[in-house]
Structure formats: C-alpha cells, structure tokens
Design a protein around this ligand. Structure first.
Ligand code: IPE
Ligand code: IPE
Ligand code: MG
Length: 228
C-alpha cells in the first residue's frame, strides 16, 4: 500500500552540521539539496502529494543571521530549480503566510507557483511561514467574514492552505524528535506518524523506502475494526 500523501518535518539540519564541525547554515544547504532526491523517488513510487515543512511561524524567532540565510537559500533554490521543476511536471504550492517574507523572496515563490501550476506528475507543497494554529485561525476568520453561522468539515477544510489536497497518510519526522511542532494539526487526525533518528540531510531514498515499508505494514482503522 503506497500512501497518496506523505508529509515531512525536515528536522535536524543544524545538528547534522554541528556534528560535522560545520556552521548550522551548511546543514540548511545540505537539507535543501536533499529535497530533489526525495521528490524524484516519491514520483517513481506513484505518490501523488508531498508536503515539506521548511519554515514555521515559530522559526522567525531564530537569530536574524540564520533567518536571513534561510530566506536567501529558499529564493536561490527556487530560482535555480524552476526549469527542472517544470520539466519534471511538479506542481508547487506554498502553504503558509507568505506576507511574512521579504518582498523579493515572496516574488520568487509566487512565480514558482505560477510557472508550475500546470504540472501534473506530482504535487509538492512547501510549508513556509506555516503554523497550524495560525492556519486554523485564519480559516475561522475567513468563515466569520463570510457571515456563516455554522460550518461543516468540508467547508472548513476548504479554507485551509491544503484545500483540495487529501490529508497526509504518512507524516515522517527526522532527527529523533517526536512531536508535530505545529504542523498540519487539523489534517493529521488519522495520519500515520513515523519518526527516525536520522537528520534530514542524511534521510536518503533507502531511509524513505524503510518508512514506506513500515507504513505498508500498518493497519489504518479510523476508529473502526480491522478489515480482513
Ligand atoms: C530544520 O532543521 C530546518 C528548519 C527548522 C528551518 P533545524 O534547523 O531545526 O535543525 P536542528 O533541529 O537545530 O538540528
Ligand atoms: C520544525 O522544526 C519546523 C520545521 C522543520 C520547519 P523545529 O526545529 O523548528 O521544531 P522544534 O522547535 O524542535 O519543535
Ligand atoms: Mg529543529
């Protein structure tokens, strides 16, 4: 059984670098370079949607030098990779409040989204300036603005950044931490969670395959009883 939607909490870039005696930022660079191999592998597996948690609303509280480095890394990455992304048929979406980013970065992100909108091989969501609580509150506020008195699940989901995307079947967190850190709190109601000690830059296709095998052995019950 292959999951339709796999989401990644790409954690451990800083520790990966520190253990090699490198500055943390080198870890972020290595982590960014890892994205491509994971996306390509997911495509060969027939996975339809990938979501990567790249920068949370809380990550803005990091030292300015790290935040600034991440901004330039992100915008360089999408400028460099855009052509290949189009050729590979990726449809890229950013989940989060892009207004939190400086204008030049935002423009690169918006352009990436526009230029890949016809991609039909795989959908790739990048969560940037993303926090699940902020996402839920912005959905609530959007509904209040429409003057609704009552909301159902479908209506609510349509106001989330993930509107139209199936919930994640599998959430993988690297680096040994076992928490969601404000990631997809509404959408993860029945997601399978997978934790690995590997740091994100070391999370290779073999490690991904292991996670997929483990997912395949799980029994998803959604509150019901096991189907034979
Ligand atoms: C994840 O790696 C990337 C971001 C949150 C931007 P970290 O930077 O959190 O790495 P650790 O957890 O400090 O090792
Ligand atoms: C979660 O990692 C956010 C991303 C991977 C972008 P953090 O490193 O920010 O999470 P905590 O602080 O360890 O919970
Ligand atoms: Mg971390």
């Amino acid at each position: 059984m292959i999951p339709r939607h796999v989401a990644f909490i790409m954690d451990g870039n800083g520790r990966w670098a520190q253990e090699l005696g490198l500055p943390r930022n080198q870890g972020h660079r290595a982590g960014t370079d890892n994205l491509k191999r994971i996306i390509k592998y997911a495509r060969t597996k027939g996975i339809e949607v990938l979501t990567f948690y790249a920068f949370s609303t809380e990550n803005f509280s990091r030292p300015l030098s790290e935040v600034t480095f991440l901004f330039s890394l992100i915008s360089e990455y999408f400028q460099r990779e855009i052509q290949e992304m189009i050729e590979e048929g990726m449809q890229v979406h950013f989940l989060g409040d892009l207004s939190l980013f400086p204008r030049p970065v935002r423009m690169v992100l918006e352009k990436t989204q526009q230029l890949t909108e016809k991609g039909d091989a795989i959908r790739v969501n990048i969560a940037l300036g993303y926090g699940a609580r902020a996402e839920i509150l912005s959905a609530v506020n959007a509904l209040l603005k429409e003057g609704v008195e009552k909301v159902d699940e479908e209506q609510f989901a349509s106001k989330l950044y993930t509107a139209g995307v199936p919930d994640p079947d599998l959430i993988i967190r690297t680096s040994g931490e076992q928490r969601l850190s404000n990631f997809l709190l509404y959408q993860s109601a029945y997601s399978e969670l997978y934790f690995t000690d590997r740091y994100w830059p070391d999370f290779d296709t073999e490690a991904f395959e292991e996670a997929l095998t483990e997912y395949g052995s799980r029994s998803r019950r959604y509150g019901g009883i096991e189907e034979k």
